[in-house]
Design a protein around this ligand. Structure first.
Ligand code: IPM
Ligand code: MG
Length: 350
């Protein structure tokens, strides 16, 4: 198993170090190689996704990513921003299917800002299209028209792009509760009218799965009102970006949420759903569990090793049951630990 490790910026190096320790502890045949992505790559090579990284990431079976970004690069031109590196690696590796599970661990029911009864037992999978939509659509820019500046982007989806992500959602639902909710804004946007039409067409191939549709504004409301009505939610790049951050808070902390971004052959990039948290970087305070759980997703989706994935997830459950908590999920009566100690606890549980 060839894994390219991209620690990135901020807390990225600390949290990936713990996930790497976990992978190494499993006695799998893994080959790990590190490279630069994001702000650290801009500093070292004046490119957020340098050629050396492109080569390594392309040759690897899977990529483990920490996080990118930080205030020191925020005023750079767009091409020299850390986020640009992330968007380019997604696009260049063809990672169109972003899976973001939101699972509430019973031990963390009180960490959510929602009432425990609203979120208890929550298990949602958000399937977000990751290489299209307004994120990549042309034309785009800021220019002067009639003496004033205008900014513009293009929301665009081809039916083949919609179809392939819908297939991912339906296939995932077949292994879960067999419900897919497709999220769009068809009352206003033609692009998402096509999305809905194609969703209905694809659903005919999955008669066992119940398809529903929801407008994105209502979906945002329903996620906090009655989140347990959802099994798989599927949507475009921008709506998925927003809804997945919202869903993460149902589970108590974005520090618990892993993600997988897959191409057509299950090659994948695995990263926590959270960012680089520059405010706590280098302090050993960050929660490494989302990254460790991302490593579990890697074993499941790219390497088809369900047993190893379950071992990691089981160890994380044990660690929570034993009361270990980083600051983001701490509550009185539990044991507050740092990044390294949390990694130690997972290794001990393994
Ligand atoms: C995410 C992030 C990225 C996105 C940013 C950092 C470009 O918010 O992975 O959700 O918008 O896709
Ligand atoms: Mg986001």
């Amino acid at each position: 198993m060839k894994i390219c490790v991209l620690p990135g910026d901020g807390i990225g190096p600390e949290i990936t170090a713990e996930a790497v320790r976990v992978l190494k502890a499993l006695d799998l045949k893994v080959e790990l190689e590190e490279a630069l992505l994001g702000g650290c790559a801009i500093d070292a090579a004046k490119d957020p996704f340098p050629e050396a990284t492109q080569k390594l990431a392309t040759a690897a079976d899977a990529v483990l990513l920490g996080a990118v970004g930080g205030p020191q690069w925020d005023s750079n031109p767009r091409e020299l921003r850390p986020e640009r590196g992330l968007l380019r690696i997604r696009k260049e590796l063809g990672l169109f299917a972003n899976l973001r599970p939101a699972i509430l661990y019973p031990e963390l029911a009180n960490a959510s800002t929602l009432k425990p009864e609203v979120v208890a037992g929550l298990d949602i999978l958000i399937v977000r299209e990751l290489t299209g939509d307004i994120y990549f659509g042309q034309p785009r820019g800021i220019e002067v028209r009639n003496g004033e500046r205008v900014g513009f982007n293009t929301m665009i989806y081809s039916e083949s792009e919609i179809r392939r992500i819908l297939h991912v959602a339906f296939a995932a639902a077949m292994k879960r509760d067999r419900k897919v909710c497709s999220v769009d804004k068809m009352n206003v946007l033609e692009c998402t009218q096509l999305w809905r039409d194609v969703a209905i067409e694809v659903s005919k191939e999955y008669p066992e799965v119940e398809l529903s549709h929801m407008l994105v504004d209502n979906a945002a409301m329903q996620l906090v009102k009655a989140p347990k009505q959802f099994d798989v939610m599927v949507t475009g790049n921008m709506f998925g970006d927003i809804l997945s951050d919202e869903a993460s808070m149902l589970t108590g902390s974005i520090g618990m949420l892993p993600s997988a971004s897959l191409d057509e052959n299950n090659k994948g990039l695995y990263e926590p759903s959270h960012g680089s948290a520059p405010d706590i970087a280098g302090k050993g305070l960050a929660n490494p569990l989302a990254t460790i759980l991302s490593a579990a997703m890697m074993l499941r989706y790219t390497f088809a090793d369900e047993a190893a994935a379950c071992r990691i997830e089981g160890a994380v459950k044990k660690v929570l049951a034993r009361g270990f908590r980083t600051g983001d999920i701490y509550e009185p009566g539990t044991k507050r630990v740092g990044t390294r100690e949390m990694g130690d606890a997972v290794l001990a549980a393994l």
